[in-house]
Design a protein around this ligand. Structure first.
Ligand code: ZN
Length: 349
């Protein structure tokens, strides 16, 4: 049984290819973080090696070995796959050495299974040399060798690599489906399932992690409360905030992107509240604060600032100076119409 939830299009495409014995030599799974790319890739690896009549069964020896990451013919390559923890921490790209290693392995016949499967997690992190090296392998596909590239940003991959792969798009799921999937797992309060479903932006993996790990919601609460402080802060404090974010950007881009996404969610929610669509907001647990704050802005102000946040995100992706981009964004926070700055409650509701 396919374990990936909600990705019916990708699953049925793979299912058909398996039935027709027309599996591609390489796939590119594209979608946001935690949407189910790795689950799908491991499922496909299971299906390609499954011993039962209805692959992937999930229970045969081969399927089990793959889930336990103990199958000799299924290998995951990524930033942290070298087994060298020190190196993994400092590595920022997937190097040519890693690709050469799998090329060597790919040249040997399957050891215990039917097919060799190489999953490249974070393919957008392939160095140029590594991508070119991989391209050679993709251009001369070997029998019984399947590559599955996972990426959150295919724009960073060479077009030549993309053109050699069959593309599988994994879009975010509707919030209602995430909520239903969380409820079906049991042990979660309905209100919490609704909140996590909204905050997940359709990425079930994130929502499931948040049910198991309170620190994700804790982190969101801290970031949100800082956001609310900054909206009412003076320029000096906003610039300090921008500078801190810019420093973080140098160390971990993902964190800054998450913070910007939080800002975007908040201002989109203000827009929705303003437009009487409160039932579709993301921050469902902060409705009172959203209503209070929305009163202070015009629809036009909110729209302009949403554009500003989006263009800041785009500029950061294009390697603009992060400090400059974030400082400009902080200057662009609209001024609340005619009302003195007020501190809003950041507690529930
Ligand atoms: Zn099986």
């Amino acid at each position: 049984m396919w374990q990936v939830i909600g990705q019916t299009r990708a699953v049925s495409l793979l299912q058909r290819s398996l039935e027709r014995e027309a599996v591609a030599h390489a796939y590119l799974c594209a979608g946001p973080p935690h949407v189910g790319k790795m689950t799908l890739a491991l499922n496909l690896a299971q299906a390609l090696n499954c011993e039962s009549a209805e692959p992937p069964c999930g229970v045969c020896e081969s399927c089990q070995q793959i889930i336990l990451a103990k199958h000799a013919d299924v290998q995951v390559i990524g930033l942290t796959s070298n087994g060298d923890r020190v190196e993994a921490k400092t590595r920022t790209e997937i190097g040519i050495d890693q690709i050469r290693e799998i090329q060597h392995s790919a040249s040997l016949p399957p050891f215990e299974g039917k097919n060799k499967v190489f999953i490249i997690d974070g393919a957008e992190l392939l160095s140029i040399e590594a991508a070119n090296c991989l391209l050679k392998t993709l251009e001369e596909p070997a029998d019984k060798v399947i590559f599955i590239l996972l990426t959150i940003n295919e724009r960073l991959l060479p077009a030549t690599v993309i053109s050699r792969c069959q593309r599988l798009e994994l879009p975010p799921m509707p919030a209602s489906e995430v909520e239903a999937a969380l409820n079906s797992r049991g042990g979660i309060e309905p209100g919490r399932a609704e909140l996590l479903a909204k905050l997940s932006h359709g990425c079930l993996g994130w929502a499931i992690s948040a049910t198991l790990d309170d620190s994700l919601l804790q982190q969101r609460a801290e970031r949100l409360s800082r956001l609310l402080e900054i909206i009412d802060a003076d320029y000096e404090e906003r610039f300090t905030y921008a500078s801190k974010l810019a420093t973080q950007f140098g160390q971990n881009r993902r964190i800054v992107q998450e913070v910007l996404d939080l800002w975007l969610d908040w201002w989109r929610d203000l827009l929705l509240v303003k437009a009487d669509c409160s039932d579709t907001v993301t921050n469902v647990d902060r409705l009172t604060t959203l209503h209070e704050m929305a009163e202070g802005y015009t629809l036009g102000q909110i729209k302009v600032f949403i554009n500003n946040i989006e263009s800041a995100g785009e500029q950061l992706k294009q390697n603009a100076n992060p400090r400059l981009v974030l400082e400009v964004l902080m200057l662009d926070i609209p001024i609340r119409g005619g009302r003195p700055s007020a501190q809003f409650s950041v507690k529930n509701g």
